[in-house]
Design a protein around this ligand. Sequence first.
Ligand code: PLP
Length: 383
Amino acid sequence: MKNIPFNKPYLTGKEVHYLYQAVYSGKLSGNGIFTQKCQQLFRDQFGFGKCLLTTSCTDALEMAALLLNIQTGDEVILPSYTFVSTANAFVLRGAKLVFADSYDWHPNVDAGQIESLITERTKAIIVVHYAGVACDMAKVLDIAHRYNIPVVEDAAQAVDSYYQFPNGSSKALGAIGDLAAFSFHETKNIISGEGGMLSVNNPKYEERSEIIWEKGTNRSAFFRGEVDKYGWVDIGSSFLPSETIAAFLYAQLENLEDIQTKRKAIWEKYHNGIKHLEDVGKLKRPMLPEYATNNAHMYYVICRTEEERQALILFLKEKGVHAVFHYLSLHKSPFYQSLHDGRSLPNCDFYADHLLRLPFFYELLESEQDYIISQVYTFYHAK
Ligand SMILES: *Cc1c(COP(=O)(O)O)cnc(C)c1O
């Protein structure tokens, strides 16, 4: 009997070596050599602004909300089809969430809707690059600049993915908004167990970002010799991870290219293997807009009905294949539905009910993938 999990964390082999180095270096707390190596690598490779490792993407988003000075009653525009942390970070500051719907052709936020949601109180626009596929950033930036509203990218799934502007130039996701948050949770492409990063692309947030990161103190400036004593200068928290986390992450980053090559091959195999089912109208495959690259974060299909999706999940489970659905609409969540302004968001609800993710991890064997694909065909009585 097969037993193919949905995810399996991949180890490059170097992790334990770097962990050993970190442990015996005599410095285990945060902001040491491995932290700086990771941050530098991200800057060099992707053109991010100031990079700060965090203990999770959730933390990086909370830092973003602090940096933007979100206050009670401020409004924040974000998609409803996202992970709870995208929303929670701003709710913790007292923000009112103004949910935008997804496209009908992609789970990403429909950038054309954002402008109509802006009010005097709008203090941030949060976009989520679902499955590592870019949102329409030219449109988002145009609105943000006209209204002078900062943009935060929830780039949790978007490492090593790019957006092409209408003039042909490209930027890495996470290098475009004023601030961007990444995740290195074990379900993402590059992992450290739990882990994340904030990239501070707008220099006006740089100085304060380091202070918020270090419990509201100017400790980092002190260690650089810029001030002769350090103290409590702002609000903040303990957002920085220990060196052991950074050491683990560094091993992954060194192997980014290999990891991505492998993941892209897995993605393509699903995409080609399932094409016929789309051709005969059984399901839909993911769409990639022309302006986006694919970082092979996940492979999903869109089922025709919620019942069919549930039946497919159960069928695959019986065959030893762990497939899963994804986000539930945040505007209908037990916590936020009574606070939502009542607008219906049909595309978000559609993805909540119809999207199904197939097992996706580095070590997924070709033979296992063949098996998964053939089981999906069997379910649809197709060849
Ligand atoms: C994974 C994820 C997060 C949360 O990341 P953590 O590192 O687990 O805090 C936030 N937003 C999105 C879109 C994610 O996929």
